[in-house]
Design a protein around this ligand. Structure first.
Ligand SMILES: Cc1cc2nc3c(=O)[nH]c(=O)nc-3n(C[C@H](O)[C@H](O)[C@H](O)COP(=O)(O)OP(=O)(O)OC[C@H]3O[C@@H](n4cnc5c(N)ncnc54)[C@H](O)[C@@H]3O)c2cc1C
Length: 505
């Protein structure tokens, strides 16, 4: 039977000793502290509160939401991070339905994105993004639009995939996405199709990413079907029909807002601007310290980025140090709101993914947000457009040596000028400072954890160490994988386990 909820207890001043804190904690009943108010922390807090627990959520920033945030540019409320969710599972749409937001779910414009490849003539080197099976890997390397992207020689090499033995790729303990694609289909597919897609989604290089983390089941399908093309074709056929992503009218920030409102209705106490400094075990519970205050509770959910979680838990779960993740790539997003009626024709569909070797452009991707989302076009009206350009990706060891300084270190004016030049080149429409009615730069540092080779084993080690500590759960993209679908499904499963455990106490 669930315990009667008891509010976690915040005390000002001196940090109590373990015995003192235990006696200060209110009488029996599960209470929980959630550290971090990104989407994983908000979902964790909500699911625990719905199980009758008394929950306090502490968020370091001035607002909750983490990567699912909003900013105002030229009077428009826009997503500053995530702007869509994957529909390969119902995880996010189920949550959206529970929150009463289903009516706002929208599909992106079917026009799709373009691919910018290298070449002396930028316009001639752009083409519609070819239909690919998964993460830019073609299900049919002989399809005309694929041959156009990778060239005849590239297509001939890719066709070897059908006859090459699967060999050690299936047996190796861990292997990168880049290694799998290069071995099966060659460098042209890797650099001209897979790298631009992966750069857009993960801000990372395929040679960095663990194939089993970013494409679960792909290696098994490769073994089963005997070729990579057949594997991605089969996986694509098994995926739900229709658009692979969806959004919300008003932006994904609506999800954060709805969660925040629901938490308030459920009695969850949210403290923003509170960076947790330490957590420690005390008797059967936890003591959390932030800004010179302490909070005691029965359960602790760490919903921060990976390095912060490892650091805060160093005293309680020292085993985590071995699985401490790298900081992840720094990403700068430049949003331009421009008055330029020529953009009404959506010259590059919903945006452009840029291959790494395109020298004329620094951005790794451009999203033409008013072309992608009709609700946004309706709110700006004709002639006014929202463009979002992103800079920065984690590089493989081979490319890191030639790397420029991180884009997050470039100043705003520099990034603004770069974005105007890049947007003009990619869209083939000159855009000047006078066309701009508003702009903003948002920097994300370490917000896109890199699922580097060996990631699955590191996650398993973290989970084993955390599971051994009663009343503790650790959630978030650094363990679940990048993206709202992965984070939502994983957080809900982990919190159900924690709540069951507490019910049995
Ligand atoms: C630019 C960008 C675009 C993206 N686009 C998409 C997209 O379109 N679709 C998609 O599905 N996914 C997208 N993602 C990925 C997705 O947004 C993330 O995977 C997901 O939101 C991560 O949620 P989280 O709760 O794990 O982490 P976060 O959102 O990073 O939240 C962690 C929170 O912990 C807080 N915190 C850290 N330390 C402390 C501390 N000591 N005390 C208290 N609080 C602390 C942080 O301030 C932060 O709010 C995007 C990500 C970025 C950065």
């Amino acid at each position: 039977m669930p315990h009667r909820p008891v509010l976690p207890h915040f005390s000002a001043g001196r940090k109590p000793g373990a015995a003192e804190a235990a006696s200060a904690a209110p009488a029996p009943g599960p209470s929980a502290v959630v550290v971090g108010g990104g989407i994983s922390g908000l979902i964790a807090a909500r699911d625990m509160a719905r199980r009758g627990m008394a929950v306090t959520l502490l968020e370091a920033a001035s607002a909750v939401g983490g990567c699912v945030g909003t900013h105002t540019v030229a009077g428009l409320s826009l997503d500053s991070g995530a702007e869509s969710f994957a529909t390969r599972s119902s995880a996010v749409s189920d949550l959206i339905e529970e929150l009463g937001l289903s009516g706002g779910v929208v599909n992106p414009n079917r026009d799709g994105a373009w691919l910018q490849l290298s070449g002396d003539d930028v316009a001639a080197s752009a083409q519609r993004m070819p239909q690919t099976g998964m993460l830019g890997i073609p299900a049919d390397p002989r399809a005309p639009e694929i041959v156009r992207a990778i060239g005849r020689a590239g297509a001939a090499r890719a066709a070897l995939d059908r006859i090459l033995p699967v060999g050690s790729l299936a047996r190796k303990e861990s292997v990168s996405l880049g290694e799998v694609v290069r071995a099966r289909m060659g460098d042209a597919v890797l650099r001209r199709l897979v790298a631009p897609v992966v750069g857009g989604v993960y801000s990372s290089d395929p040679d960095v990413l663990d194939v089993d983390s970013v494409a679960p089941g792909l290696r098994a399908a490769l073994t089963k079907h005997g070729s990579l093309a057949a594997a991605v074709g089969a996986m694509r056929a098994a995926a739900p029909a229709g658009s692979a992503v969806a959004g919300l009218t008003g932006g994904m920030g609506m999800l954060t807002r709805a969660l925040e409102e629901d938490l308030a209705a459920l009695g969850v106490k949210i403290d923003t601007g509170v960076a947790v400094e330490s957590v420690e075990r005390s008797g059967n519970g936890w003591i959390v310290t932030a800004a010179g205050r302490t909070l005691s509770a029965d359960a602790l959910v760490m919903a921060t980025d990976g390095p912060t979680a490892v650091e805060l838990l160093a005293g309680t779960v020292p085993e985590l140090a071995a699985a401490r993740p790298g900081p992840g790539p720094g990403v700068a997003l430049v949003t331009l709101v421009v008055d330029q009626p020529d953009l009404d024709a959506h010259p590059r569909g919903t945006g452009v993914l840029v291959a790494e070797d395109v020298e004329a452009v620094d951005a790794k991707a451009l999203t033409h947000a008013t072309a992608k989302w009709q609700w946004l076009a309706d709110s700006t009206g004709p002639g006014t457009h929202v463009l979002r350009l992103s800079y920065g990706r984690a590089l493989s060891a081979a490319t890191a040596v030639q790397a420029q300084p991180s884009p997050v270190e470039r100043d705003d004016e520099d990034l603004f000028a770069q974005a105007l030049a890049d947007a003009s080149a990619l869209l083939q429409i000159p855009l000047g400072v006078d066309d701009v009615v508003g702009w903003d730069v948002v920097r994300w540092v370490g917000a896109l954890p890199s699922a580097a080779v060996g990631h699955r084993d590191r996650v398993a080690a973290v989970r084993a160490a955390v599971d051994a500590v009663p009343g503790l759960e650790v959630v978030g993209a650094w363990l679940a994988g990048t993206g709202l679908a992965a984070v939502t499904a994983d957080t809900r499963a982990r919190i159900a386990g924690l709540a069951d455990q507490l019910d049995q106490l």
